[in-house]
Design a protein around this ligand. Structure first.
Ligand code: ZN
Length: 119
């Protein structure tokens, strides 16, 4: 199976209260994966720089879980979060992440990182 390119609109996973909507487990796994990448990139300073995240790859080529690191950054217009796995090259684009619960830009810009976070 070739690596896929995911194009995700984060709004599709969000309910009226701004948190995750009710959805099947498979969709929820995707939503968790994408939102974790968004959170990481925006906490890293909404950076254009390619950043290695702590988000595990969700692919299982040959039924063995991929252990590749996922790197991500914002595209030029800060429109999409662009991510890819360095090992299996699965990757994609996440749109409409702005102003979701996982958009942490304000926090990093003001230096209000969650307590316990070290940099
Ligand atoms: Zn991978």
């Amino acid at each position: 199976m070739k690596p896929r390119t995911w194009v995700v609109d984060l709004r599709h996973y969000i309910g009226e209260d701004g948190d995750f909507a009710d959805m099947p487990d498979a969709a929820f796994a995707v939503a968790l994966h994408m939102s974790a990448i968004v959170e990481w990139v925006t906490l890293a300073g909404a950076g254009r720089e390619l950043t290695q995240t702590n988000v595990p790859c969700c692919r299982r080529p040959g039924r063995r879980r991929c252990r590749g690191p996922i790197v991500a950054n914002l595209d030029e217009r800060e429109d999409a979060v662009v991510w890819s796995c360095l090992a299996c090259h699965e990757g994609g684009y996440i749109h409409h992440w702005q102003h979701t619960l996982w958009d942490r830009r304000g926090e990093s810009a003001l230096g209000r990182l969650p307590s316990g976070t070290t940099h």
